[in-house]
Design a protein around this ligand. Structure first.
Ligand code: NDP
Length: 325
């Protein structure tokens, strides 16, 4: 590698995990309002599997990645809020499966002194997501009962902890006894397998159903999530790990109990500096106070990004997967 080149993952065309290949690319130049970051660690997120496989449209060749942390090594001419030498993290960059990436200075999050690279790279995307889900999409309060899918996973595991911090009752869904044990350790009040979970949720809530169901599994669970939601409750569909939910007839909400259904996206919950900073500060404060554990379930070198995707899609992981430099 010369001074101006770097290793980056490139996907030439949609395909399986093997489509992720390392190439030598030019180190990007930061734009006027951007900073250039030398990556210490890169967060792997489920969305990159949707993009790689063609479920979400992207233009190829494509370098995946929205999340990462590292040291700022150059800043654009109009950047005033971030300086060279500072450590930053982000959930809102592009092409972070690389040794260097650029990000708008406004979307660079300060890494608190003493926070490890693993935590700083693992927290932004899944943490901000878990935060907006439980604080904003549905404003959870201590009297609420919430159901969350994939409760030992990245977003799910953080959401369980944030919900317990609020004092809500948490019903966690997981697919194996090991994952169930993790969900319990994270504080879930009840842990259920996915089979017929609506009926079990109704039993646990005196027949009423949950105030809110957070469903990231999608196709395989969505109908059951609606059935587990109480009259006038909220079903939040925030992912499609088992596949996307097919076209939906809104009339069904009438019969199901005048339910609210939403399909949120992180971009709409970090709309300005103030909102981004509020969420990030609450998350990093919770980590510093020992109230939020960021679990890393696997680390992979950049040139083995394929293994990270394979593991994430195999449904065998718990916590966050990282590419480390
Ligand atoms: P996870 O660590 O949660 O891994 C995915 C988990 O989904 C698995 O571990 C598994 O848990 C569960 N799952 C259920 N069915 C399948 C399947 N067929 N194949 C693979 N996994 C399955 O990943 P992330 O935390 O990165 O993401 C979780 C979800 O949140 C994803 O759907 C993602 O798209 C979504 N997301 C949405 C965002 C938004 O703003 N809308 C932002 C970030 C993430 P188990 O075995 O316990 O079921």
């Amino acid at each position: 590698m010369t001074h101006n080149t770097m290793q980056a993952v490139v996907v030439e065309q949609a395909g399986g995990p093997e489509a992720l290949r390392v190439r030598d690319l030019s180190v990007p130049e930061p734009g006027a309002r951007e900073v250039l970051v030398r990556a210490e660690a890169t967060g792997v997120n489920f969305i990159e599997t949707y993009q790689r496989s063609g479920v979400y449209p992207v233009s190829f060749p494509f370098t995946p990645g929205a999340e990462g942390c590292g040291e700022v090594v150059a800043v654009g001419s109009e950047v005033t809020e971030v300086s060279v030498g500072q450590r930053v993290a982000t959930a809102e960059a592009a092409r972070t499966y690389a040794q260097f990436f650029t990000v708008e200075a406004a979307r660079a999050l300060p890494v608190p002194a003493g926070m490890s690279a693993h935590t700083a790279a693992a927290l932004p995307l899944q943490g901000l997501t878990a935060h907006y889900l439980v604080r904003s999409t549905f404003e959870l309060a201590p009297h609420h009962t919430a159901v969350v899918t994939a409760a030992s996973g990245g977003v799910g595991g953080l959401a369980v902890q944030l919900m317990k911090r609020i004092g809500a009752t948490v019903i966690a869904l997981t697919s194996t006894p090991e994952k169930a044990e993790t969900a319990r350790e994270l504080g879930a009040d009840h842990v259920l397998p996915y089979e017929d979970f609506a009926e079990r949720v109704r039993e646990l809530t005196g027949g009423a159903g949950a105030d809110v169901v957070y469903d990231s599994v999608g196709r395989a669970t969505f109908d059951e999530s609606l059935r587990a939601t109480r009259v006038r409750g909220t079903t939040v569909l925030f992912g499609g790990a088992s596949g996307q939910v097919p076209l939906f007839d809104l009339q069904r909400l009438n019969g199901a109990g005048s339910l609210y259904v939403t399909r949120p996206s992180l971009a709409h919950y970090v709309r300005d500096a103030r909102e981004r900073s509020w969420r990030w500060t609450e998350l990093t404060d919770a980590v510093a106070a020992g109230d939020l554990t960021v679990r890393v379930g696997g680390t992979y070198p950049l040139d083995d990004a394929a293994a990270a995707h394979r593991d994430l899609e195999s449904r065998s992981t718990q916590g966050k997967l990282l590419l480390v430099q």
